[in-house]
Design a protein around this ligand. Structure first.
Ligand code: TRP
Length: 382
């Protein structure tokens, strides 16, 4: 059954591998990136579901800014179509996209540098066209098996799961492969999608490619960023759970949020992520803002308890975030600049996507020599 899919005999099962092996490969990739930053193209992205918080900042944003600073070209996809897979309403999407770009720029992504591009995938038709051939390279059973999709389905709590949800890892492969990205910085939960993307690239190449592969197999770059828990002690910081410190929060809101943070009954502050996850999480945040070891911070606070920890954390967060927040407020005054950033991103993404789609059509024997600009009504070269 699987062999029929590509007819090439290379239809092995998608291999999700071990996390340790991924970490090791990722460390080697990091080394190579540092030696040769411009030889790579990074593609990464987010769903526009709300404003970003400090978990995003320490988890992914800072890593992107770091790569940008090394001179690596970066495409950042705003995955607006992906929002439709598990949310009923699209009412907030436009505002969420706007807020997301504000957060990106405030955090230090710099599309004016000529090698960082930010675009919503809904505005790149040639990217979306890749979805159809890609869907023919994947078995239904493989989509059903994807562990991250299974979790998303559970988390969505929906009775009826739309087909977009099952197929979104394939669409995500289009996000990544449209620009022939070689490196994708991801968190652990996105690894299955990347593995499927690699599988799709491989199958496309062996089914349609000639001597030269059409797509590279993009590699995951796992950051060593810590996972930030929600301040209510739940597993994940997220705006919808009201347990997050937003980049756009005011200093007062930050203070209020930290004050309500869950801790435990033990007055003596110690750093013990396993037995005291809530206290450890606050110490970790404090450590990230002050560049000091959480153990050292704990041994300084000691008997002064959680209230001392919280007041130190409030102060440290507000100080750490102050320049970013100031930048964000400046940018808020200039919505035209945000449009300009997106437009620039879309134009570049479309250029790249058109080239890739041309390669793809050529490989699939679908280049009929009759491409023309429908709006103009005549052939571009004729
Ligand atoms: N699915 C990703 C998330 O939920 C967002 C995303 C969409 C993405 N397309 C991508 C991430 C391509 C990396 C590469 O976070």
């Amino acid at each position: 059954m699987l062999a029929k899919l590509g007819g090439t005999g290379s239809m092995d099962r998608v291999d999700y591998g071990t996390f340790e092996a991924s970490l090791e490969r990722s460390a080697r990739l990091e080394q190579a990136l540092q030696e040769n930053p411009t030889h790579y193209r990074v593609l990464t992205g987010d769903r526009p579901t709300g404003r970003l918080h400090v978990g995003h900042l320490f988890g992914s944003l800072q890593n992107r800014v770091r790569l940008q600073g090394m001179g690596v070209p970066i495409f950042v996809v705003i995955a607006d179509y992906q929002v439709l897979t598990d949310r009923d309403s699209a009412a907030d999407i436009a505002d969420n996209v706007h807020q997301l770009v504000l957060d990106y720029l405030a955090a230090g992504l710099d599309p004016e540098n000529g090698s960082t591009f930010i675009f919503p995938h809904s505005h790149v038709p040639e990217l979306n066209q890749l979805l159809i051939p890609f869907l023919t390279l994947v078995a239904n059973a493989e989509l059903n098996r994807n562990p991250t999709v299974k979790e998303e389905i559970q988390a969505s709590g929906q009775q009826q799961i739309n087909a977009g949800m099952y197929t979104y890892p394939v669409h995500q492969a289009a996000d990544i492969l449209f620009c022939k990205a070689s490196v994708v910085p991801v968190g652990k939960d996105q690894l299955p999608h990347l593995e499927l993307t690699r599988t799709i690239a491989r199958r496309f190449n062996s089914r349609f490619g000639g001597e030269e592969p059409v797509f590279p197999e993009p590699r995951p770059l796992l950051s060593n960023a810590p996972v930030i828990l929600g301040l209510d002690g739940s597993q994940k910081m997220s705006k919808s759970r009201n347990n997050a410190i937003l980049l756009s929060s005011s200093e007062d809101e930050t203070a209020k949020c930290v004050k309500t943070a869950k801790t435990d009954m033990d007055r003596l502050i110690t750093y013990d992520p396993i037995r005291r996850p809530e206290v450890a999480n606050l110490l970790l945040l404090l450590s990230l803002c002050t560049s000091r070891a959480p153990e050292d911070l704990a041994s300084e606070i000691k008997e002064q308890g959680a209230s001392r920890l919280k007041s130190l954390l409030t102060e440290a967060l507000n100080e750490y975030l102050r320049p970013l927040r100031r930048r964000r407020q400046e940018l808020e005054k200039d919505p035209e600049f945000i449009h300009h950033v997106l437009k620039k991103g879309i134009v570049r993404a479309r250029e790249v996507a058109q080239d890739t789609l041309a390669d793809v059509r050529e490989a699939m024997n679908m280049a009929y020599g009759i491409d023309f600009d429908a709006k103009q009504g005549n052939a571009p070269n004729g």
